[in-house]
Design a protein around this ligand. Structure first.
Ligand code: HEM
Ligand SMILES: *[C@@H]1O[C@H](CO)[C@@H](O)[C@H](O)[C@H]1NC(C)=O
Ligand SMILES: *[C@@H]1O[C@H](CO)[C@@H](O)[C@H](O)[C@H]1NC(C)=O
Length: 476
């Protein structure tokens, strides 16, 4: 007893000193910048800049003032904003042991905790592998025709016979229908219609504050999420029966996920995992691609040279095919110039502004410490608009991507990078190219208002949703 007491008397100051030392060390080496007013911090300034479409400037100014790493407080959490090639490398080369993914609280409560964005390490790899088995180029090849049919039907229903259309909402309708067809295997009809309604409530809630009171967006979003989960579970049991009766496992994403077996012949993903990841793919794939296609339509109206080059490429592909034949994978592979235009849109107006991670341990960067538990914020625009990486960054120039190997690694990151790089890349490419093919070969258009502004909500949306006047081409 006495010895223990003496020992603790002796040890306590040592521990105390060690803790103080660590704190001092941390304080001394915390990144520059201020955490601002508690809770609010810089959130209002940031949100305002997103709305006013000056977020790129807001971040560039911070970077000029503080250098490659600085601290701030965003959405009530201490946050370190890091940027540049080395910063992106730090974020994207982490295997998840020192950094975890970090989503908004709303997203987590709406989706659940088994979706890809919540998982890390080996579980993340297992679920990603399952999703990738459907989303990789090799598997997608067989679905080009199905996607083509959705696009043609869409143009027939919503574009033909019209003089004026508003692009963004229509592109959302289109990408949603493509997702329903290819990913869920849900045909047009009542079920698809109720899915889209619930889904719009979900999307409104993902970026809301997680206040679960009646009539809040978040509350409505949770209810919609429960409804969608019910529909998806029903769908899963129907597809299980179809599979048992010998149906192909390549009908859609859900049947594909149901058929993947592990070593012991058990299903590799639980039902909850399938439901939550299918919902995640809906969220990840819907707004992003529709925004990309919308801004391509805008640049095609604004720049006659780019329009002419895209049209030439697409007409050539059209001419090489028997009239009425569906697009094939090989046709998409020929759309090289059109994809470079898309890549330049993704550089200048990336749908995803940036993203968050959370430090799982103290991480050292540029001589400063990112303390354990803090948010890490990476931002696409900081390298995309850097004139040492992309000369004359404000110039729209698809030729930059003629030799992609000239772009240094970790600098062009519209789809992120590393272990969490967007698994929907090929899917997005396929629907973008096929849609542009039919649009430029069937219509000409001009903008109704000469206003090229957009706002971030947080995805970029052109003012008024981009209304255009359209003229159908003579059918030859
Ligand atoms: C132009 C279209 C798209 C863009 C710009 C885009 C962008 C991104 C980015 C930047 C990330 C990485 C986020 C991070 O590292 O924190 C990501 C992840 C993800 N995306 Fe996409 N995306 C697009 C289309 C799609 C599509 C079509 C799908 C589904 C079919 C999809 C599904 C996902 C999923 C599931 C993740 C999470 C991956 C993980 O955490 O491992 N995305 N996307
Ligand atoms: C984080 O983990 C990755 C992968 O294990 C490693 O390469 C990297 O050096 C680590 N970073 C830090 C700052 O500890
Ligand atoms: C929505 O709010 C009401 C009232 O607070 C609550 O009873 C209900 O459970 C909430 N809905 C969900 C799905 O959480």
């Amino acid at each position: 007893m006495n010895i223990l007491f003496l020992l603790s008397l002796f040890l306590f100051p040592i521990f105390y000193l060690l803790i103080i030392r660590r704190r001092r060390l941390l304080l001394k080496r915390l990144p520059p910048g201020s955490l601002g007013i508690p809770v609010i911090g810089q959130s209002l300034g940031f949100l305002w800049a997103m709305r006013a479409n000056t977020a790129e400037k807001w971040f560039a100014e911070r970077a000029k003032r503080y250098g490659p790493i600085s601290k701030m407080s965003l959405f009530g959490k201490p946050t370190v904003f890091i940027h540049g090639q080395a910063a992106n490398k730090l974020v994207f080369s982490s295997d998840g042991s020192n950094m975890s993914n970090h989503q908004t609280e709303s997203m987590k409560r709406i989706l659940g905790d088994r979706s890809l964005v919540e998982l890390s390490g080996e579980e993340h790899m297992r679920v990603r592998k399952a999703l990738a088995s459907f989303l990789k180029a090799d598997s997608l090849k067989i679905y080009v025709g199905k996607m083509d049919e959705e696009i043609r039907l869409h143009l027939l229903m919503h574009w033909q016979g019209k003089q004026k259309v508003t692009v963004l909402p229509l592109m959302k309708t289109l990408t949603f229908n493509i997702i329903c067809s290819l990913l869920f295997g849900v045909e047009r009809g009542a079920r698809r219609d109720s899915l889209i309604q619930y889904f719009q409530h979900i999307m409104a809630g993902v970026w809301s504050f997680p206040v679960n009171l009646p009539f809040t967006r978040f509350n409505r979003s949770l209810k919609a999420s429960a409804e969608i989960q019910r529909i998806l579970k029903q769908l899963i049991s129907e597809k299980r029966i179809e599979l048992e009766n010998g149906a192909s496992s390549h009908q859609d994403l859900i049947t594909c996920l149901l058929s993947i077996r592990g070593e012991d012949d058990q299903e590799l993903m639980s039902e909850d995992e399938i439901v939550q990841n299918v919902m995640l793919i809906m969220i990840g794939g819907y707004d992003t691609s529709s925004v990309l296609i919308t801004f391509i339509i805008q640049i095609l109206a604004n720049d006659p040279n780019i329009h002419a080059a895209v049209l030439t490429e697409q007409e050539e592909i059209k001419k090489s095919k028997p009239s009425g034949e569906l697009l094939k994978w090989e046709d998409l592979a020929k759309m090289k110039y059109t994809w470079r235009v898309a890549m330049e849109i993704l550089r200048t107006i990336p749908p995803t502004f940036g993203g968050f991670r959370k430090a799982l341990e103290d991480i050292e960067f540029e001589g400063y410490i990112i303390p354990k538990g803090w948010q890490i914020f990476w931002v696409t625009s900081m390298t995309h608009l850097d004139d040492t990486i992309f000369p004359e960054p404000s110039k729209f120039d698809p030729a930059r991507f003629e030799s992609p190997e000239s772009i240094p690694p970790y600098c062009y990151i519209p789809f992120g990078g590393g272990a969490r790089i967007c698994p929907g890349y090929e899917f997005a490419k396929m629907e973008t190219l096929a849609t542009i093919h039919y649009l430029v070969t069937q219509f000409t258009w001009q903008l109704c208002c000469k206003d090229n502004g957009y706002q971030r909500h947080p995805l970029p949306e052109p003012n008024q949703g981009l209304p255009i006047e359209i003229i159908p081409k003579e059918v030859v």
